[in-house]
Design a protein around this ligand. Structure first.
Ligand code: BEZ
Ligand code: FE
Length: 278
């Protein structure tokens, strides 16, 4: 293996991984090498350009903290997150579709009784949210765990405030014996994904906007059923057709209806497949 050139180096690198014991790892690394090498050949990558690429990935890593994951954001704006979800979360017809997780979920969210105000002081117009958690045959799913999180009126999640000191606009609820859930919160508004890091540099250089259409995040879990990670998007939002992270699905769009008392209301049922059902 000497004097390798641009024509035979790919085969030599692939051969160096030939003894990888885990067949899936071998498949992934081999495919990655082939595509990376072909990419470099395709664009005739210069040394300067590759060095810039390395600097970009280094800056992406440096931007990451306990509450900021710039690599997830990069995967999101490149459409890789949504592609992975679309390939792996192809639910049976009639089930609620999945979409991107996003970087603002928190494992440790406060627990609320049904009917509580999960906004916990977050800025925004009051809104009532209600629906049912159902199985594919229409059976109500009691005691499902419903994790909800959203941005406030300024387009920020609680974790984006440096010294807030408590959680806002997120919480965990349980569906009742009829599979119903309901809570108070604030109206979802469109917001830009964070642009103060390398992802912002990329969006700026490529003249892409950073906006996401208004949405509420949900994670729904119930024993015996497949976990659902999704959003409900707000109808008529101007960014529904240009979501910066490609997450919109028609079936996930709902109306936020203005009530006579000036508050809003959004209704949405979640339908989960049983474990093992494809
Ligand atoms: C979000 O909806 O929270 C989100 C998703 C992807 C990237 C940034 C934010
Ligand atoms: Fe979000």
């Amino acid at each position: 293996m000497r004097n390798l050139n641009q024509h035979n180096i790919t085969e030599a690198v692939l051969a160096s991984f030939a003894n990888t014991p885990d067949p899936r790892l071998k498949e992934i690394i081999s495919s990655l090498i082939k595509h990376l090498h072909n990419f470099a050949r395709d664009v005739k990558l210069t040394e300067d350009e590759w060095f810039k690429g390395i600097q970009y990935l280094t800056a992406t890593g440096h931007k990451c903290t306990g509450t900021r994951q710039e690599f997830i954001l990069l995967s999101d704006v490149l459409g890789l997150s949504m592609l992975t979800i679309a390939m792996n979360q192809d639910k049976p017809a009639g089930c609620t579709e999945a979409t991107v997780f996003g970087p603002f979920f928190l494992e440790e969210a406060p627990k609320f009784e049904l009917g509580s105000d999960v906004s916990n002081g977050a800025k925004g117009a009051p809104c009532w949210v209600e629906g049912r958690i159902l199985g594919l045959d229409g059976e109500p799913i009691p005691n499902a765990t419903i994790n909800v999180w959203q941005a406030d009126d300024d387009g920020l999640y609680d974790v984006q405030y440096e010294d807030l000191g408590h959680s806002q606009a997120r919480g965990i609820l349980k569906s009742n014996s009829e599979g119903r859930y309901y809570f108070r919160t604030i109206v979802a508004e469109p917001y830009p994904i964070p642009t103060d890091g390398p992802v912002g540099v990329l969006l700026n250089a490529t003249k892409r906007h950073p906006w996401r259409p208004a949405h509420l995040h949900f994670m729904v879990e119930a024993p015996g059923y497949q976990r659902l990670i999704t959003h409900v998007f707000r109808d008529k939002d101007g960014y529904l057709d240009s979501d910066a992270v490609f997450g919109v699905r028609q079936s996930l769009i709902a109306d936020w209806v203005l009530q006579a008392d000036g508050t809003y209301r959004m209704d949405y049922d979640f339908i989960l497949p049983k474990i093992g059902v494809k």
